[in-house]
Structure formats: structure tokens, C-alpha cells
Design a protein around this ligand. Structure first.
Ligand code: ZN
Ligand code: ZN
Length: 418
């Protein structure tokens, strides 16, 4: 551990109980994407109190706090703030059990089922430690609180609202996610880490007639069925066996009754790829197959292919990742690991991309270590350990928060430490 790490982290003990209260408060007050008003207000107020120059309302609810501390690198640390429309099923005293009115007017449950409350608390903790120990480091520390990660539009919203002109250009951008590993665990990974995720809605057109008259019809049900089957060949026949990818058709809808050939069919699908080349290949292949099957079926009208949501791949650059991994090994010892490839997706990399800055993104554990060890011993990790987005996902307060704050701080000081 470096002298800077030691000096800055010496403050952790005195802020620990405030942070635990903050985490529970965030958990008790989850907010859906682009509606994180209360969370953003808490982050802004905290940063102002620590002496940061704060800009709020970026891309809706995004917040940045800048702490300039002399000549040196600029390090940006990002936390996402949004919760999910999931009904919490934990028995925690700080669980949220009410509903909110969704944009479509329906009542929706809300829960911090992805652990973004941990991310916000840890970044506020790190920002506080950095402000308390300014003698131990040099440069500029930027804390960024991003809205709407789950919908994949929060990073874009901040960028489109002029993020790059509101803060000094970072030399590196850092971020972390709490995952179903034992609390205390930190894991870095060079290269591909999280896949790109693209969801598409495809409408194919036929000619609807009476079910007894196929000669007068162009049947979109058969067309859609052929497309679904043919799409399976992209991963199995067009990509190398060493290139991981997923094409899942999760929804298919056509028709209203047994004796009517409908005039259209709608397919919704999701694609996961780990690099830009395979992503481009798979998306082009889907378009090619859909158009060709429509052509083969005599479809009277071109198919409509719409993107519903889109996340880029998260590919960790080698140099910053190695730097953070080295700092973690020195600080966390045996708790610092190389983490496996994950299958969830992130829009975090859009932020460094907008600045032309390198980045690295890592995972921390949030599961009770005893519970995890027991599940591992019984060979029941998949069955017994709640994962992100599940109604029972509830990172334990400690050592999750200590680890998350320390990881952000140690990583930032790998650039800013003196
Ligand atoms: Zn999530
Ligand atoms: Zn998440």
C-alpha cells in the first residue's frame, strides 16, 4: 500500500457509520431511470459540503463534482444512480415496498435490485476521503453520478447535454459494479469484460386473408418462423467457435385467431457480443437474413427493423487496467482477483469515449462471505446466491462498502497519489 493510500484511507473509519446510513437511506428511496431527483440532490449536497464545485441537472439528473487540487492528472470516477421496476422481496428493515406511478400511468414497484445504491454510497465516501486528505495527492478528482444506466440512455443523456464542456478532460475514467461475489472481493479484467447488448423489434409484412386461402396470402407467420430458425445460424455458422455471442428471440407475435392469416408479424430479439467486429457482423447478418427471408416469401413491403435499446461492449484497456490491478494487489492482497467475463451490459464506456479518454471498469463482491462459502461448498452458487436484478439481491453493508470505497480511492490514487 502506498503512503497516499494509507493517508487517504485513514479517514475511512470515521466516515463508516455515515456511509452505512447513507446506503440504507438510498436503498429505502430507490428511483427509476431519469427520475433520480432525490438521489442526485443527496449527491450534490454531499459534494458541496466536501468543497467540490458541483454541476447538477446534466442530462436530466446527472451530477458532476470537481475537486481541483493543484497540477496533476484528472481522474473521473463514475457511479450510476438508477433503480429497477422490481418488487423487493427481502426482509430488510430498509427495504422499499411501495410503488410509484410509471410513465405510462401504471403503478410500478421500484427496487435497488442492481446495487447502484452501493455505487452511489461508495463514490460519495471516496469523494469525502479525497477532500479530507488533499495533502496526500495532487491533480483533479471528478465524481460523476450518472442517471438511467438500466435503460442504456443515461450516459448519452449527459453527453448530449454538454458533459464534455462542463468538466476538465479526464486522463482516465474509473467505475465499478457490485456483483454476486463474496463481499471483500475485487476483480479486474483486461480486454472484453461486458458484452454489447442490442435489442431489436422487427416487423415483417404479409398479405392477410381467410385461413382457407393460402394462394391469396403472403403468410407472415411462416415468414417469421423461417426468420427465427435462420437467425440461429448466425452464431453457430458465421462466428468462430472462440467468439462468444448470443442471439435470443424473446418475443414473437402475429395473428388473432386460427382461421385468419394476419398481415404482419413482430419479432423482438436481443443480441450480446463482446467486441465491435462481432457486433457489427451479427447486426448486419440479422438485417441480411430478415430482408432475404422477406424477399423469399414474396413480402409486399420491406421489413421494419427498429433498435429498442443499445449498450456498447465494455472492453477494458490494458494499461489502466494493469495499473489498477497492481494497486489492488498491493492494497487488497488475496482479495484481488481476475474476474470472469460477465453477461450483463453497461453504457459507462460512452463517457470516456466522449472525452477520448482511457478507462477501466471492475467488479466488487456484495454477498455475505459466509453464505457464499456455504453455497460454494454445497455446489449451489447458482441456486442460493441472489444475483443482480433479482428481488432478493441485497449487498451486505460490510465489508461491501469498505471495499467499494477503498477500491475507488486506491484506483484514483494510482494516478493522483504523490
Ligand atoms: Zn442492472
Ligand atoms: Zn447495474
Amino acid at each position: 500500500m502506498s503512503d497516499s493510500d494509507r493517508t487517504v484511507l485513514a479517514g475511512l473509519q470515521s466516515i463508516r457509520s455515515d456511509l452505512e446510513d447513507l446506503y440504507k437511506d438510498l436503498r429505502r428511496n430507490p428511483e427509476l431511470g431519469l427520475r433520480e431527483h432525490r438521489t442526485a440532490k443527496r449527491a450534490s449536497a454531499a459534494l458541496r459540503g466536501f468543497g467540490y464545485e458541483v454541476t447538477g441537472g446534466i442530462g436530466g439528473t446527472g451530477v458532476i463534482g470537481v475537486l481541483a487540487n493543484g497540477e496533476g492528472p484528472v481522474v473521473m470516477v463514475r457511479a450510476d444512480m438508477d433503480a429497477l421496476p422490481v418488487r423487493e422481496q427481502t426482509a430488510l428493515p430498509y427495504a422499499y415496498t411501495l410503488t410509484v406511478t410509471g410513465e405510462d400511468g401504471t403503478e410500478q414497484p421500484v427496487m435497488h435490485a442492481c446495487g447502484h445504491d452501493v455505487h452511489v454510497a461508495c463514490l460519495i465516501g471516496c469523494a469525502r476521503l479525497m477532500a479530507q486528505a488533499k495533502d496526500a495527492w495532487r491533480g483533479t478528482f471528478v465524481a460523476l453520478f450518472q442517471p438511467s444506466k438500466e435503460n442504456g440512455d443515461g450516459a448519452h443523456a449527459m453527453i448530449n447535454d454538454g458533459l464534455t464542456s462542463k468538466t476538465p478532460r479526464p486522463d482516465v475514467v474509473l467505475a465499478q459494479h457490485v456483483l454476486p461475489y463474496p463481499a471483500g472481493y475485487v476483480g479486474t479484467r483486461c480486454g472484453p469484460f461486458l458484452p454489447a447488448a442490442d435489442s431489436l423489434r422487427i416487423t415483417v409484412h404479409g398479405r392477410g386473408v381467410h385461413g382457407s386461402m393460402p394462394q391469396a396470402a403472403v403468410d407472415p407467420v411462416v415468414m417469421a418462423a423461417m426468420i427465427v430458425v435462420r437467425l440461429q445460424t448466425i452464431v453457430s455458422r458465421e462466428l468462430a467457435a472462440t467468439t462468444p455471442a448470443v442471439v435470443t428471440v424473446g418475443s414473437i407475435h402475429a395473428g388473432t385467431g386460427p382461421n385468419v392469416i394476419p398481415d404482419s408479424a413482430v419479432i423482438q430479439l436481443n443480441v450480446r457480443t463482446y467486441d465491435d467486429a462481432s457486433r457489427t457482423h451479427v447486426l448486419n447478418a440479422i438485417e441480411r437474413i430478415v430482408k432475404a427471408e422477406c424477399e423469399a416469401s414474396r413480402s409486399p413491403k420491406a421489413p421494419r427493423i427498429e433498435k429498442i435499446t443499445s449498450f456498447p461492449p465494455t472492453v477494458n484497456e490494458e494499461a489502466p487496467t494493469r495499473r489498477v490491478a497492481k494497486a489492488f494487489a498491493a492494497h487488497f492482497g488475496d482479495d484481488a482477483h481476475t474476474i470472469d467475463l460477465q453477461t450483463a451490459s453497461e453504457d459507462m464506456s460512452e463517457i470516456p469515449k466522449a472525452f477520448g479518454a482511457p478507462f477501466t471498469y471492475w467488479g466488487i463482491g456484495g454477498i455475505d462471505p459466509g453464505l457464499y462459502a456455504q453455497a460454494a461448498e454445497n455446489g449451489r452458487i447458482a441456486q442460493d446466491i441472489p444475483v443482480n436484478h433479482s428481488p432478493t439481491f441485497a449487498p451486505v453493508t460490510q465489508p461491501t462498502l469498505d471495499t467499494g470505497v477503498s477500491a475507488l480511492t486506491v484506483a484514483a490514487l494510482a494516478w493522483l497519489g504523490t
